[in-house]
Design a protein around this ligand. Sequence first.
Ligand code: NAD
Length: 441
Amino acid sequence: MSINSLKKNLPPRFEACKEGNLMVNPYQNAIKQLEKTAFFLKLKPEVLAGLKIPDREIWGEIVVPMDNNKIRKFKTFRVQHNNARGPYKGGIRFHPQVDVNEVKALAIWMTIKCAVADIPFGGGKGGVEVDPKKLSQTELERLSQAYARFLVPAIGPYTDVPAPDVNTNAQIMAWMVDAYASSLKAKSSKLKANEVLATFTGKPVSRGGSLGREEATGRGGVYALQALLEGLNLKLKAKNEKLTVAIQGFGNVGYHFAKLAHRAGFKILAVSDSKGGAYRQENLDPEKVMRHKKKTGSVVAFPGTKKITNQALLKLPVDVLVPAALENQITARNASKIKAKIILELANGPTTPEADKILFQNKIVVVPDVLANAGGVTVSYFEWKQNLAGRRWTLQRVNQDLRKTIAQAATDAWQTSKRYKIDLRTGAWILAIKRIVKQTE
Ligand code: NAD
């Protein structure tokens, strides 16, 4: 196969590869971000080298019995990047195109994110190469339990604390805690019941999860946006005019952001999922769109809307564009066509470094993933604290503390970017790396 046809057939996640360099992948994007930060901070080469390479990469295969009694094997990863500030922390992704480079990038971003939010965790990430939509519920349960057993030697409340990510949810965390607990029992572990619970976050509330965790990433996105708009003088419109928003991805993060932003007075004009998008000039009600998605399997064809592609959604003339799906959606190929004034990155790594340069030249403010979507890990931290203390916080306390944490992170990142006269992403990375390096000195 020629390089050109290889490039043409790349899955959307590898959009950045089409920029001319087949070797570009999310990990290389993360490395470029580290290198740029190191340049501004004049980091010692050995410190930079240490940050580029994860502390540990765990690869494996898990064996899962299928409903038809056949056995299937699945490629499985856990990457532990850096624990200078606390236990490794990061979600578990089930996706057919998960690979180790993606997991490594996601682990680096977690290290940076926890430091931006100033919570005492490091960065990790896990993944299983699987299309969960092709599994039955019982197969998904067995896969989740097999992955938790695979993780047993590597994780724990004070070492590495996994959570949900793309295609994993509270139910899957509950299955994982059960499998983890029974493996520990077989090994006569001394971990107490509350410490076993604290090993996974994003659990159902009935199983030790925190109130407010499910919607925390979307809520944190709203808080970050409000902090930048209100507190930091990023004024786009007259006070009585609603800001318009388009959201790519209508899963856990995209939906909750849409719902809360709608309630907070933003005007949602477009949403999309893997099957396409729905757009209209008037405000959409995300809760009604979700009911339609549950009935039909997609947001497409929501009554009164026009069908648009995911690419077209990115180019809509809205005030705020919110990528909330997967990596590498905004690239050198489409960055110059983006008309939004703010990009709020709720997905991890949706913008490539090449696209970043174009957006900066075009004076588009990118609120980077390590700040915009830090709400999820912040409430995961609250959940971990509640489990270890054997207490439950009220929803009001969770949301108040979340707002405080995110608003402070937004202020710190913004001030750093002003001090160094650079974009907000690099400001956030500088802030984070300074905090990480301080812990290791
Ligand atoms: P999810 O599986 O619940 O939802 C993903 C959504 O994206 C779905 O609606 C899916 O249809 C859609 N999608 C997939 N491919 C698409 C494409 N090419 N174009 C448009 N839409 C597409 O996952 P999630 O938990 O909402 O995570 C979304 C993003 O947010 C990921 O990048 C994830 O790493 C990041 N994130 C999640 C959390 C969390 O708490 N869940 C925290 C921080 C960051």
